[in-house]
Design a protein around this ligand. Sequence first.
Ligand code: CP3
Length: 340
Amino acid sequence: MLSTLKGIKSDIPPIWLMRQAGRYLPEYLATRAKAGSFLDLCYTPELAAEVTLQPIRRFGFDASILFSDILVVPHALGQDLTFAENHGPVLGPLPENIVFDATNFHKKLGPVYETIERIQEGLQTEGFHQTALIGFSGAPWTLACYMVDRKGSKDFAATRMMALKNRDKFTILIDLLVEAISAYLIKQIQHGAEIVQIFDSWAGVLPPSEFFKWVIEPTTRIVQNIRVSYPHIPVIGFPKGAGVLYQDYAKSTGVTAIGIDTQMPPAWVREHLQPFVIVQGNLDPFTLASGAPQLLKDVDTIISNFKDKPFIFNLGHGIDKSTPPDHVERLIAHIRRNHL
Ligand code: CP3
C-alpha cells in the first residue's frame, strides 16, 4: 500500500475496502454489542482498535483504517450527536459562535488518538508488519452538510442555501473546519497514522462554481497544512459524486491519490485521472454484496483498465451490511490469484 502510494507499481494491487470493519462481520456485531452504542464503540480505544483489526485478521487486507466516524469532529467542536438505531446520525443545533479551541478539541478526541496507537501496537504484535494504517477525517464541505442539515439528506438543501445566501457566515464555518481538520489529521499522523483519507461524501451535490469554492479550495488548504510538517505522508481524497470535476480535484488539491466512486467508468478514469494521480476504487458495493456473475467481470474490468499504473483496489463506496463475508474472501482470492 505504501509503495503504491509512492508511485511504485506492483503486480497485485493493494486491497482494502471502505467500511471494512462493520455490520457485515459477526465479530463486529459482537464487539459493538459489548460497547453499547456505536458512539461508545468509537470512543473506547480498546474496542475500536479491536474492530479495526478484525477484518485484517480475517482477510489480510493491505491496509487497516482507523475505526471511528467522520462526525466525531462536529461532536468535538461542541455539537450534540446521536446515532439512533438504524436511523443514521442526528446532530443538535449548530452552536452559535462556534470556535476552534485546540486544547479542548484534542482532549475530546483523545480516545481516537489512543485507538491509533493501539491499532499500531496490534498490527505489530500480531505480525501484520506490512499492513498500513489509514487515518481519516470528513472534508469541510461534507462535515458542514451534517452540521447545518443536522442529519442525512438527499440534497443537503439547508447547507447549500446557507452557502449561497449567507456566504460570510458559511465561509467562517468552512475556515474553522479547515483549521480543525488539519489539526486533527496532523495529530493522527503523530500518533501513528501512515496515510490519511479525506471523505467528501457529498461533494457531488454542488454545481461547478460551488465545488471549487467549498470542495477544492478548502481541501487544498488542508493538504498544504499537512505537507508543511509531513510532506511524505500520502493523502487520499474521496470527492464522491464529483463526476468530470474529479479531474479538477486531482489537478488542484495536491492529493497523492483519489478515491473513485462507483459511477465513474474505469476507461474514463484511466484516460482522464491516471495521468495525474494514483487512483483507488471502484467496485460497486452491491455488486460485491450480490455475488452475481457480474462481480468478477467488473473486477476484471477495473483491473485491466488501471493495471498499467500504480493503483489501489477498493469499493466505490462503503461495503453494505448485507455482504456475505464469503464474497469478500472470493474477491480477494480472485484478485491475488489472477495476478500472481
Ligand atoms: O471505513 C471504515 O471501516 C472506517 C470507519 C468509518 C465509519 N464511518 C464507520 C461507521 C468511516 C471512515 C466512516 C465515514 C463516514 N461516516 C462517512 C463518509 C463515508 C461515506 O460513507 O460516505 C459518512 C458520511 C459518515 C456518517 C455516518 N456514519 C452515517 C451516515 C452513518 C449511518 C449509515 C449506516 O451505514 O448506518 C454512520 C454510521 C457508521 N459509521 C457505521 C459504521 C461501521 C454503522 C454503525 C453501526 O454499527 O450501526
